[in-house]
Design a protein around this ligand. Structure first.
Ligand SMILES: [Zn+2]
Length: 156
């Protein structure tokens, strides 16, 4: 994992972000998801940029950029993309813990990384990974929300 830490991000904040990125990668590289990468390969493949300006997180086939502004401001609403914001699993949600909002943002961006990096070589994604927030993306994000993030929502 190549980690780039931008100005103003503390080691503690970076470590929290990296922890959730690892949890997402560990889940989505489980063998039955049939990705062309195991956990150690995915960890090598991904570049992680952690920043504290601009308010926008993003991702591409090379990695994810996570903005910690919302986390820093203790924002407790995870705002999702309009097309699925009302979905009970992958939609927007009010959470009492800013860390879990960050976890949701990270799951979203890691899903983009997975769709672009591995989608072309994954049987269940190769025909539907292209659209940024389309079916393939939503399938990956549904796995990460339901397995990595949502189990924590009732207990915070
Ligand atoms: Zn997105």
């Amino acid at each position: 994992m190549h980690i780039i830490t931008r100005t103003g991000v503390t080691a503690t904040q970076r470590n929290i972000a990296v922890k959730w990125i690892k949890r997402c990668l560990r889940e989505i590289t489980r063998q039955h998801y049939e990705l062309p990468a195991d956990y150690s390969t995915a960890r090598t493949d991904i570049t992680v940029t952690v920043k504290l300006a601009g308010h926008r997180s993003s991702a591409c086939e090379r990695g994810v950029t996570i903005d910690l502004t919302a986390f820093n401001k203790n924002i407790t609403t995870l705002m999702e993309y309009p097309a699925f914001k009302n979905d009970p699993v992958i939609g927007s949600v009010d959470i009492t813990s800013p860390e879990l909002v960050l976890a949701g943002t990270i799951a979203h961006e890691v899903s983009h990384f997975v769709q672009y990096r591995y989608g072309p070589d994954t049987r269940w994604l190769c025909n539907r990974y292209r659209k940024p927030h389309g079916e393939g993306f939503q399938d990956i994000y549904r796995i990460l929300r339901s397995r990595v993030v949502n189990p924590h929502l009732g207990s915070d």
